[in-house]
Design a binder for this molecule. Sequence first.
Ligand SMILES: [Zn+2]
Length: 264
Amino acid sequence: MNAKTPNISRLGKPEKRYSYASWTTPSHTVYMMGMSPHRSPKGVFASEVYKDDFKCWSDRLNIPDISFKGFVPELWLSTFLKKNGYRTGALVSMPVLNQTTVLNQSFDEYALMPKHNDFNAILDRLVFPNDTPSFYLLNVGETHYPYALPHEGENTLPRIHGVHGVFKHLDDFIDREGSNGNGGTKEDEFFSMNQMAELKEKQRTNIEYLDKLFEKLYDLVPQNTHILVTADHGELFGEEGYFGHGPIFHEKVFEVPFVEGKIK
Ligand SMILES: [Zn+2]
């Protein structure tokens, strides 16, 4: 069953699209180049798809005639936005996107949040100066393994062998992201189908939790804010023997939801 997202759906009807990558860093990099998750259209040249994709920035930003060329030579969204007078900010939850990585270019503010799973804390940090248009890249982690909410301690997490406490150390976390996302060492047993079903259900519950926070986001953003909600990759829960994302070649790991629009 799909997660119920009445608040996110106020932006428009969520669509099934595909990310350009199966893992966090390359996927965010492509998005920051100004490209959105694609529809995998047949019978068209890639250049036409990119052209149409970049045109969408004109609607999003209310700047006429934006094209791929407009992003040249840097091909970087925040650089383009800064040239157009925007204040740019990034508040990220995943340590692999931290402020020392290549992603941090042309940002006025870029911070790795203290917790990997606290969208509410991200919302509390948003600032919107009156006289300047703003852009924010917000990366949430409640949807990431182990699908814990900020108020949930280790004891309430699904009991999976050997992975508790992985978030205590950044190094461990990066190692986990750099592996197949299951957080385990080589000695760990792979998850059973029952455990994966439980984790999938927890991820769905967490999406519904995040959806409630969108009400708060909508209250915070200035009039005429264009909001785009998507994911960097899909997540596998036992399909063809896979768990998580990253070094996986499977259609589901590229499948992401996509919705954009304005609330006020
Ligand atoms: Zn990711």
